[in-house]
Design a binder for this molecule. Sequence first.
Ligand code: G3P
Ligand code: CA
Length: 296
Amino acid sequence: MKSLFYLAFLLIAITGCSSSSLKPQAATKHVQVHGHRGSRGTHPENTLSAFEEAVSSGADWVELDLVLSKDDVPVISHDATISVDLCLDARKKPLSRVIPIKTQTVKQLKTYDCGSVPNPVFPDQKPVLGQTFVTLEEVLVWAKNLPEKKVRFNIETKTSASQKQFEPNPRKFVDSIIRLLRKYHQIENSILQSFDFRTLTEARKMEPNLKLSALFGKPEPICKTTKDLGAVIASPNLSLVTKDMVKECHSLGVEIHPWTLNQESEWKSAISMGVDGIITDYPRKLTHFLISSAQR
Ligand code: G3P
Ligand code: CA
């Protein structure tokens, strides 16, 4: 009996294991990475160059914003007007007036240069020549032709009931997006996200297999609202997220993917609250951070 006791003591001493550390470790959670506007921190936002960077960084999702052109084509842009800060005209001169995108055909939009002007908010962003507006269809064709890499998109409808410049009819807008996603077999690989819940409701009716994400910028019953919309992701500003909210959303089967987290301290805080995904302007940095902290 005595020798058995010594044997057990010896084993513990040699392995340095207490009974608690012999318990299996909890499986590491895969935190999903969304490249915001592609990779806005490093490349001109919402351009093909930024989407290429997001894919090569290993991001799970390429986030982009959509508006409608004059000829009713879904075009990638965060703003309803051509950005006077980020784009030049066909003569490479700064824009002298505000031009709503809905007054321009795709052919006209293609004449603007939206890759040469540095964005002062993102000092690491490098200008990329030859970048202009791209349509959703062009991006889907690009994704289809990529060797091996499977690209998944987080597509935001930039519509608003209260802002006249963002006024495409929600049903018409969503219909044009879903048609393209079906054509390129991307329904299962995409998320449709919006602050304008009218577009999520339309999408729910049209295509039940498309994942929906509800965006939030101010406090409200985030998890319940998301669930009631039939969305599977709640995407609030980080300042709104709490540990209890994450628990509540999970109990309703809703994931939480906050935006837009660019600092390591924000990534750590979000991960400690148990979020499922992070939307960032720096997908490469976030991917490296997650690998180094064993979250991927
Ligand atoms: O993905 C959510 C985030 O993109 C919302 O903010 O203004 O960049 O479209 P915004
Ligand atoms: Ca967006």
